[in-house]
Design a protein around this ligand. Structure first.
Ligand SMILES: Cc1cc2nc3c(=O)[nH]c(=O)nc-3n(C[C@H](O)[C@H](O)[C@H](O)COP(=O)(O)OP(=O)(O)OC[C@H]3O[C@@H](n4cnc5c(N)ncnc54)[C@H](O)[C@@H]3O)c2cc1C
Length: 296
């Protein structure tokens, strides 16, 4: 973002207000108004424009939408009923596994160093699985915990899952989530253990029968319900009409012409791999569309 877009924007006289947090979006005679607070000084201010793009990310955009929808006076009460729906963790699952391999050096190399990409034909499901280095967690060269770290292998799995989660506001306006455990979590967990076992095998060798037995035992586990995700997506999904989502294919909010959303919240399905490029490409497409229509 910094090198590709913001620098160009700055060269074209864009004003960037860093450390300013928007806490309200309202309708006004000019179009839309954002109220924000400067986190350095505590001073509140507003900015108003005929066109506005909300891009506060997968959770904060939704917080702003929920708040604006409740405001029946000058808020956005006609926002879709589907705000918060089609939310997904991208099937992410993080975990740590103990391996008997004696020399897991987490201080060198790329942070995501082993990737397994499993095709559905073979295993009946798709996912990406990364083994991570603890270096990304800031582990020192040596610490009293080295003994433990040198045997711990972190994993991150991205699984294909249906976007059937939902974000909603509780009575105290806190963001809550409903996310039914899905098969993907169980499969990711089994796979994490399988890779941990293979890392182990490098150190001490594992009997194929023992491998079989372990795999059979893990298959019977209940899926772990807890959520860890670095890829939240959806909640203000692109749809054909307001009954099904919050924005149209142009990123424009249903019932609110000139108001756009451009971040991970508009993805109607999870991307399954890292969503960063998809979000950037979609944002590029949305902004080019706005400019093209503006020019007529
Ligand atoms: C540790 C980690 C590792 C990741 N690794 C990868 C990877 O390898 N590959 C990949 O594809 N994806 C990766 N991701 C995911 C990727 O970073 C996100 O999917 C992506 O950045 C989401 O883009 P976004 O525009 O929706 O939101 P963001 O990038 O979160 O942008 C939202 C912006 O809005 C600002 N903001 C929020 N609320 C307000 C407010 N109220 N007022 C003003 N500004 C506000 C935020 O400060 C932020 O700058 C990773 C994420 C994490 C956390």
């Amino acid at each position: 973002m910094d090198t590709n877009y913001l620098q160009v924007a700055l060269k074209n006289d864009t004003v960037i207000k860093d450390l300013c947090e928007v806490f309200n979006i309202r309708k006004d005679k000019n179009g839309y108004k954002a109220e924000f607070i400067d986190l350095r000084t505590g001073q509140k201010s507003t900015v108003s424009a005929p066109k506005m793009i909300i891009a506060a990310g997968g959770l904060n955009t939704l917080k702003l939408l929920f708040k604006a929808r409740k405001n029946k006076v000058d808020g956005l009460p006609l926002l879709s009923e589907r705000v918060g729906y089609k939310w997904s963790t991208n099937g992410d699952r993080a975990g740590f596994y103990w391996t008997w391999h004696k020399n897991l050096d987490h201080n060198y190399g790329t942070c995501l160093f082993k990737m397994q990409e499993i095709a559905s034909e073979k295993y009946e499901w798709d996912y990406h699985m990364f083994a991570c280095r603890m270096g990304i967690l800031g582990k020192p060269e040596w610490s009293p915990l080295s003994m433990v770290f040198n045997h711990l292998m972190p994993f991150l799995a991205l699984t294909r899952e249906e976007p059937i989660g939902r974000l909603y506001e509780d009575s105290k306006a806190r963001l809550k989530m409903y996310y039914p455990a899905q098969q993907g979590h169980l499969k990711a967990m089994i796979m994490e253990r399988r890779i941990a076992m293979e890392v182990d095998a490098l150190g001490r060798g594992i009997d194929p029968k023992e491998k079989e037995r372990k795999m059979a035992r893990w298959s019977k586990f209940r899926p772990f319900i807890g959520i860890t995700t670095v890829h939240p997506s959806g909640g203000a999904a692109i749809a054909e009409d307001i009954k099904d989502g919050v924005v149209d294919y142009k990123g424009e909010v249903f019932n609110y012409p000139g108001l756009f959303i451009s971040d991970s919240s508009i993805l109607p399905v999870a991307t399954f791999c890292g969503p960063h490029f998809t979000i950037a490409a979609l944002s590029d497409y949305i902004s080019r569309g706005i400019i093209a229509r503006e020019k007529g």
